[in-house]
Design a protein around this ligand. Structure first.
Ligand code: FAD
Length: 370
């Protein structure tokens, strides 16, 4: 049996890796789109403090966070040690003590089913600042020890390299579906045709265009995000916790003074790849407000990525109705680094006819078809 995976972001890379582990003959195709979400992602793995109440989303995100340590161990055993993954914990900040107590309550409740949350500790402003020295002294926080950060680019490349060590071949190019009546029989990559028994589309926001060519209205929308990489003078940054201030911005520390500050949420930008003055201003304004010492950091890099959202902000995975032989997963939105590796493993199981941990009926692909 021959399987083709189209799209090598975190989702396609993980799917190919898990298929390769099972010995499946797989070709993984990617066209290196500018704006790949995985490449721009910040790297927070901490779904437990989210105020989102949707249980189906939470089950996926929390399973995703729980899946990481085992996967990282597996990759390390294969010689893939460069993933940027580290359990550094997270600080959720607030100036309102009542809000902090509410967060602690929610975290304690969630820990009953998710022991990987680890310790839940209330910190006063000076304790908070000690953990992330760039911060202003005005925030109290909840520290959650099980939270992690991961480098999206690094983990994705590690998965692809590990996949290549098994039965996966990687191909660069723009793939389109080759169909006969209501069945996909292969893909076209430029002038080349590759036949396959099964095709998996993990093409992020670009899946819309790919499916449109096959007559399917796939409802994925793109949310543009701009994010900045800074460099602090403090080199201890490799073990700094993830910082989540009130609102949707955040700060992360990586080794050698690297600080990531993100990100914008732009629903109306379409596929505009540009770094805008307004975007940079928004990210830096909030970063400096939360952590005044980021003002002394060097600006090293800006990245732009497109978060893929499916209707109801709920991810989907499974067989594509009306197009035999095709499977897909999409809609990982703002939490795809967290859930992508796990969902890729689930999708590989589904395609191989094995039982999945998630119920695919909770994440129906039909929900993303117009
Ligand atoms: P993508 O990573 O976009 O990959 C899709 C791939 O498909 C691309 O490589 C593209 O080249 C390829 N492709 C498309 N069409 C074709 C074709 N026809 N032929 C060949 N190849 C094709 N999540 C978290 O959990 N924590 C975070 O802290 C976090 N921060 C983020 C910050 C930013 C700025 C952004 C943008 C996202 C963030 N996310 C985060 C979300 C996460 O990055 C995404 O949900 C996830 O990466 C989506 O992965 P994907 O594989 O579905 O899509």
């Amino acid at each position: 049996e021959k399987i083709i995976v189209i799209g090598a972001g975190i989702l396609g890379a993980s799917t190919a890796y898990h298929l390769g582990k099972r010995g499946a003959r797989v070709t993984l195709v990617d066209r290196n789109e500018k704006g790949q979400a995985t490449d721009a992602a910040a790297g927070i793995v901490c779904p437990w403090l989210s105020q989102r109440r949707n249980k189906i989303w939470y089950r996926l995100a929390s399973s995703g966070a729980g899946y990481y340590p085992g996967l990282i161990r597996e990759l390390e055993e294969m010689g893939e040690t460069e993933t940027g993954y580290k359990r550094v914990g997270a600080l959720s900040l607030h100036t309102d003590e009542g809000k902090i107590d509410k967060m602690i309550e929610r975290a304690l409740k969630r820990r009953e089913d998710a022991p990987e949350i680890g310790d839940i500790i209330k910190l006063n402003p000076s304790e908070t600042q000690k953990r992330f020295p760039l911060l202003s002294g005005k925030f109290s926080s909840v520290f959650v020890s099980g939270a992690a950060r991961v480098d999206g680019r690094a983990i994705c490349h590690a998965l692809i390299r590990a996949a290549e060590k098994s039965s996966v071949t990687v191909h660069n190019g723009n793939a389109s579906l080759l169909t006969e009546q209501n069945r996909a029989v292969g893909v076209k990559i430029g002038e080349e045709t590759i036949k396959a028994d099964k095709i998996i589309v993990t093409a992020g926001v670009w899946a819309k265009q790919l499916f449109a060519e096959a007559g399917i209205d796939f409802l994925v929308s793109a949310q543009k995000a701009q994010i900045l990489h800074l460099k602090a003078r403090d080199e201890e940054s490799g073990s700094w916790p993830v910082v989540m201030p009130p609102g949707s911005q955040y700060l992360l520390g990586f080794p050698e003074g690297k600080v990531v500050a993100g990100a914008t949420h732009e629903d109306e930008a379409g596929f505009d790849f540009s770094v805008t003055a307004g975007g940079v201003h928004e990210v830096l304004h909030k970063a400096i407000e939360t952590a005044p010492r980021t003002a002394d950091c060097a600006v090293v890099e800006t990245r732009v990525g497109f978060r893929p959202f499916t209707p109801g902000f709920l991810p989907v995975f499974g067989a594509v109705p009306g197009l035999e032989g095709v499977f897909t997963a999409n809609g990982l939105g703002a939490s795809g680094l967290t859930s992508g590796p796990f969902l890729g493993s689930e999708l590989a199981k589904l395609v191989m006819g094995e039982e999945t941990e998630l119920d695919p009926a909770d994440y129906p692909v039909e929900g993303a078809i117009g």
